[in-house]
Structures are given as structure tokens and as C-alpha cells.
Design a protein. Structure first.
Length: 370
């Protein structure tokens, strides 16, 4: 009988698919309960409000009923260190403990740590700036807590960081508590969700054209953070480039969405490699993977997902039939692979436009039918 593995994340589909490659039975608690997530697991509990108390109640019931061999968390849960501490006391945790999360979440602890380690980052401040070109950051995954600072009243929550023009990247890496056993660079894509959320994560490609100096500095920063925090498992170190220097934005101390772009590098999948690293073992050497990318499709209008809609095989995170989707909300994720970055980018954009048109067309048909 395959062992059960508990997964908590905003969206658990990617982690559940990877866990099945490692021959675990995934038990998922997430926000959406998408169709493909439900196909991957015998138990999927959607928690729409995604609060720590609600997540804890659902997770503890699954631990009691199914006795999983362990659990891991993805995006969203890393902002809930109390929840991580509670569940880690009831079930073995494959990931970083709550003390690491607190260090990464608190700017008054994280940026002084970067200073001590000699890691560069864009200027920050705790008081409102008087000039333009600054961002207000209030946490949240996927850029949901980042917005332009345009002056006005400030409630004291969050911090300010100088905006650096140019592309954004992430260094995905696998750590065993003492060093890196693997790393790869991703180019990130962001979109303006609305006037208040201009930097929402929209996708990535598992290649990045970086100067050698920048790449080396980013890897060196990750190594220092691993040793300082004794990081274990998969992580993402987000950074931008200025004057030939990698400037760190944040450390995501858990597997991120870009793990899906590298999952085939290990025969046992990324989650299998993550668990081995967290157990103190050495994951097998990673294999080279094709150029692969992902894009999140945001609904171009208000509508309902037609029950007759047949989704293409390159779609994931598929909403339930009849689900109501508001304009600007995530509709699904599309993937593409190829031999070059340009080829993958072209395929991704074609697929995004195709789904946007199809969604609008089926919404118009429903309106006409009414």
C-alpha cells in the first residue's frame, strides 16, 4: 500500500501530481479544489477563506483519519508559522520549521540577515518615502501584497522597497540543510491584476539569460542562506538585476509553482527529491529537462465555466463545471515545452489568447441563451 502524504497550499495540484510520481497518495487541503486536483487524490478539501484556523481543522482531521507519513506545505501556508508549528507537532514535516518562516516573513529580521551575509538587495525603509519609485510590500504570495506607493495615509503595515526596473528571476534550489544539491534559474512573468495589484505572478520559463557574474552571485547568496538558516527542501530566491548585481527580493522557503517546470528532472519527481533532502538524504543527480514554461490565464470578463467545455491537455488547475469566474480572476494554467525560449514563449501566448477568446465566446453564448 502506498503511503499517504498531506499537502497544504493555495493550490495543491502541482504538488499532488509530483507526489504521485514518488508513489505517495496525496491528501490535499487547498483553496480551490480544482477538477484535476480532485483526480489526483482520494481526498481534496477546498478551503475558500484560507485562514489558518480553518486549514488546521481540515488538516488535523485528515491526520487523524489517514495517518499520513508526513506533510508538506506550498504557497500561502509559509505565511502561517503558527499553523506550521501546530501541524509539525502532530505529523512529521517535510520542509522548513516555523522559525525559518518567521525569519523570512519579518523584514526587520530578514534584511539584517542579508546584511550580515553580505547579500545585496534593493533599498528598503520603514517610513513612507517622499519621492516616487517606491513599492509598498505587505506579504502575500505571488505578488498579491505588492503595490506602488502613491503617498497618502499609511497604517504602519508592511515596508517600502525601491523599485528596480528590468526583469525578475528566481533561483530554484534544493538544499539539505548544509548546502545546495541542485539549482536552476527561471525567468518570471508578472501582470497587472488591477490598478492596486500591478505585480501579480503570471508565469515563468525554466531558462534565464544571465551574465555569469549575476548567476554566480545569486547561487552564492543561496548557499549562505542555506547555511545560516539550515534550509531543507525546495526553495525559490527571487531577485532583480541592477548594475550587474543580483539584488534579492525575497526567499520563498518552500516549493513554488516553478517546481512544475523542473519536476521531470528526477525520476521520483520534485516532491520525492524534496522529501529526501528534508530527511537528510542525497537526492539522485538531476537530469536535463526541456525548455518549459507556464502562464496563468486570467479571465478577460465575468462568466461561468460551461459544463460542456473540453479543456486542452496543456491546461491545468481547471475549475469545476459551472464555476463562476470574475473578470481578472485566475481561470487556469497553461504549459508549453520546446527547444528554445522563443518557441515556448510563442506557444504559451497562443494558448493564453485561445483560452481567453474561448471563455468570452462561451460567455456570450450563455448570455444570448438567456
Amino acid at each position: 500500500m502506498r503511503p499517504a502524504l498531506l499537502i497544504l497550499a493555495q493550490s495543491g495540484r502541482m504538488l499532488a501530481a509530483s507526489a504521485r510520481r514518488a508513489e505517495y497518495v496525496p491528501l490535499v487541503v487547498d483553496r480551490f479544489g480544482d477538477r484535476d486536483t480532485r483526480r489526483l487524490t482520494p481526498v481534496c478539501i477546498p478551503v475558500a477563506d484560507f485562514r489558518a484556523e480553518t486549514l488546521a481543522n481540515a488538516a488535523l482531521k485528515l491526520i487523524e483519519r489517514h495517518c499520513p507519513v508526513g506533510w508538506l506545505y506550498g504557497a500561502g501556508v509559509d505565511a502561517m508559522p503558527d499553523l506550521v508549528r501546530t501541524l509539525a507537532s502532530r505529523c512529521p514535516l517535510y520542509g522548513n520549521q516555523e522559525a525559518v518562516l518567521r525569519q523570512c516573513l519579518d523584514p526587520e529580521r530578514f534584511f539584517p540577515l542579508l546584511d550580515r551575509l553580505g547579500i545585496a538587495y534593493p533599498p528598503i525603509r520603514r517610513t513612507p518615502p517622499g519621492e516616487p519609485g517606491w513599492l509598498l510590500k505587505r506579504g502575500g504570495c505571488g505578488g498579491m501584497g505588492v503595490r506602488w506607493w502613491c503617498g497618502g495615509d499609511w497604517d504602519g503595515e508592511g515596508y517600502f522597497q525601491k523599485w528596480v526596473p528590468g526583469g525578475a528571476f528566481t533561483l530554484a534550489f534544493l538544499a539539505d540543510g548544509t548546502g545546495l544539491s541542485w539549482h536552476g534559474f527561471n525567468t518570471l512573468c508578472h501582470t497587472s491584476y488591477n490598478a492596486h495589484l500591478p505585480f501579480v505572478f503570471a508565469g515563468a520559463i525554466n531558462r534565464a539569460r544571465l551574465p555569469r557574474r549575476v548567476a554566480d552571485r545569486a547561487v552564492a547568496a543561496a548557499r549562505r542562506l542555506v547555511r545560516a538558516l539550515r534550509l531543507c527542501g525546495f526553495h525559490g530566491l527571487d531577485f532583480v538585476i541592477a548594475d550587474g548585481e543580483a539584488l534579492v527580493l525575497e526567499l520563498n522557503p518552500r516549493p513554488g509553482a516553478t517546481l512544475a517546470l523542473w519536476d521531470s528532472a528526477w525520476r521520483e519527481g520534485g516532491v520525492g527529491a524534496h522529501i529526501r533532502a528534508c530527511r537528510g538524504g542525497c537526492p539522485p543527480p538531476a537530469r536535463r529537462v526541456a525548455v518549459r514554461g507556464m502562464r496563468i490565464v486570467y479571465a478577460p470578463g465575468d462568466g461561468r465555466v460551461a459544463r460542456s467545455w473540453r479543456w486542452p491537455p496543456w491546461c491545468a488547475d481547471i475549475p469545476a463545471p459551472g464555476a463562476v469566474v470574475a473578470r481578472g480572476d485566475p481561470l487556469c494554467t497553461v504549459y508549453a515545452a520546446g527547444t528554445t525560449v522563443a518557441q515556448v514563449e510563442d506557444r504559451l501566448m497562443r494558448r493564453v489568447r485561445r483560452l481567453e477568446r474561448r471563455f468570452l465566446d462561451q460567455c456570450n453564448i450563455e448570455v444570448e441563451a438567456e
